[in-house]
Ligand binder design. Sequence first.
Ligand SMILES: Cc1cc2nc3c(=O)[nH]c(=O)nc-3n(C[C@H](O)[C@H](O)[C@H](O)COP(=O)(O)O)c2cc1C
Length: 435
Amino acid sequence: MRQMHLGLFLLGTGSHVAGWRMPGAVTSFQDFHAIQQMAATAERGCFDLIFMGDNLYADPGAHPSYTLRLEPLTMLAALAMTTKHIGLGATVATTYSDPWSVARAFASLDHISGGRAAWNAVTGSSAQAAPNFGRTHPNHAERYAIAAEFVDVVRGLWDGWEDDALVADRASGLYLDPAKLHPLNHEGVHFSVKGPLNIGRAPQGRPVILQAGGSEAGLDLAARTADVVFAVVQDFEEARGQYRALKSRLPAYGRRPADVAVLPGVMPIVGRTEREALDKLAQLQGFISPGNALQLLQDRLGIDLSGQDMDAPLGDLPLHDGGHGFARTLLNKARRDNLTLRDVYNLLGAARGHWVLCGAAEKVADTLQQWFEGGAADGFNVMPSHFPGGMDDFVNLVVPILQERGLFRTHYEGRTLRDLLGLDRPERLGGRKPA
Ligand SMILES: Cc1cc2nc3c(=O)[nH]c(=O)nc-3n(C[C@H](O)[C@H](O)[C@H](O)COP(=O)(O)O)c2cc1C
């Protein structure tokens, strides 16, 4: 029986923009002890993956509670020591790093964790990172052109050493077998990388690649290179449309539907009863301040909203040069439901543009099952509103129902994240660039 995959979107202060204001909620994303507890809860719930996003700037205006955070790879290396089974994914943006370092870092994490590393290869949608690197922010098309070459180089570097290159034969004195070494010798438009890496082939062969872009270029890159895709959706029809759009692109790259797991983001607000769940949501929404939510909305939509009437319908707005995926999802929702700016920022504040699913545990499980069986998802990227409460509710109340229905694992099997996701260990490309 086909089973769901569940990821935890690890944002220590909660994915709800004001989740940290809930009584008892974790208020710091620098508190490793708290983060360790979050990972332990995800593992208790048999989740496939913990995922940590990243930004390369501090923005206390739009994102006060997301501003101070641990560097993701450092944090995941520490979590590799406190967890046993769960996958460990992090964002490193292709616009502000170099392929050799990224390939090396994720290969290291894969070795350290025994095959549980995953790289979220995003372009980095915000121009705010640019001044921290003495650069100008490339436009959308350019960012994706860089990303496409970047990912190819990283995959090529991961294949630079054959699995049995380290011989360490005491009798002959042969340590490394030179025949098993394949420098990449990449000369491209954006990168020139000789290779190989100074780390051997990773336990997973190649660490898992995650992607989250919703534009045409983003979907193409995902279809060609990703193992897991995070989708931004607001309702079932939209989710099914995005699911199909991604899966239908796979054959062109010689890939099968089962080669990529599509996980829409969802913020579950769960109660033992419908009333309890609604009360929790109302409490969270009561913490949203217009200032923060509007800033965040401007960020997502990429337009100045300062002069706009808060209670007029949002109407038609153009797509901007930042992230197309979020803007399109929000604008579609606003048009469909005739939402005002105030409605949209409330919606956005709730889950920063992602889908909110509020209800009694049974109803939440029913909806996830409908999406999963109805061709809209291979699983979900769970975005708790706050920690530990929002995550505990999901793991204690919803996961057991999914398990009882045979929709989700009751224990871990396999060794690597690829095993959990049902993905094959990739063959080496023989030092060639991926097609
Ligand atoms: C679940 C999820 C996680 C994301 N994490 C990051 C992140 O950590 N850093 C980042 O710059 N963008 C992140 N993004 C933003 C997307 O990658 C963004 O949509 C993309 O950079 C712009 O591409 P698009 O125009 O193809 O949508 C994330 C998006 C989603 C849905």
